[in-house]
Design a protein around this ligand. Structure first.
Ligand SMILES: CC(=O)CC(=O)C(=O)O
Ligand code: MG
Length: 220
């Protein structure tokens, strides 16, 4: 099925499609309504950051939040993909953080403006290594966790997702053609919180993968 080596998919310049409020417990903690249809937004490929490089806090935010999420890596593109064959389009997975400037997002929400500067800045998408599809046989039932300076902040299971992975692939591909190398971030469970310069973030998918990132702030 996969025609290219996916192991460095983040270098291909493909799009990152993010799903918001896909866990009811997270929607509730931010006092947001539970969606009846997926909420979508995008990050550019310049948002990617790999282990060994820092997450850089944008100068314009004073409330940068972590959101741990399961990322789905597309191996075969398509438009209007039926749910029944959606998983055939998946090459694998990645553990992802959807770094969010929460103060900027709140301001954009209150003004009815897009979330771009809250969600799509450089280093807003830290990712793990590529995880082959076979290593996560049931992506609808895996545990995700995140610690800040060794303190557990997020712990959830993809079984809590409101919209399943096949549904999301089908729904997204009705509006946005999916291409090989695209990444879908499937939303975050509860426990999002603020991070500061010098913090260490560690995250994992049960026994499959872990990753560690430092937070940095450029000089003003
Ligand atoms: C409120 C949000 O930031 C939505 C989001 O990204 C999520 O994962 O949920
Ligand atoms: Mg998110």
């Amino acid at each position: 099925m996969t025609t290219r080596n996916m192991s460095r998919f983040w270098e291909w310049g493909r799009k990152i499609i993010c799903v918001g409020r896909n866990y009811a417990d997270h929607a509730k903690e931010l006092k947001n309504a539970i969606p009846t249809e997926p909420i979508l937004f995008l990050k550019p490929p310049s948002a990617y950051v790999r282990e060994g490089c820092p997450i850089v806090v944008p100068l314009y935010t004073s409330n940068l939040h972590h959101e741990v999420e399961l990322g789905v890596v597309i191996g075969k593109g398509g438009t209007a993909i039926p749910q029944s064959t959606a998983m055939e389009h998946v090459a694998g997975y990645a553990l992802c953080l959807d770094m969010t400037a929460r103060d900027i997002q709140d301001e954009c929400k209150s003004k009815g403006l897009p979330w771009t500067l809250a969600k799509a800045f450089n280093t807003s998408c830290p990712i793990s290594e590529f995880i082959l599809k076979e290593r996560i046989p049931d992506p609808g039932n895996v545990k995700l966790w995140l610690k800040v300076n060794d303190q557990l902040r997020q712990s959830g299971c993809t079984s809590q997702m409101i919209f399943s992975i096949p549904f999301l692939i089908s729904y997204i591909s009705d509006f946005i053609t999916l291409e090989e190398g695209d990444l879908i971030l499937t939303g975050t469970p509860k426990g999002v919180s603020s991070v500061q310069e010098h913090d260490e973030l560690q995250a994992g998918i049960q026994d499959v993968v872990t990753m560690t990132f430092k937070v940095d702030r450029p000089d003003q």
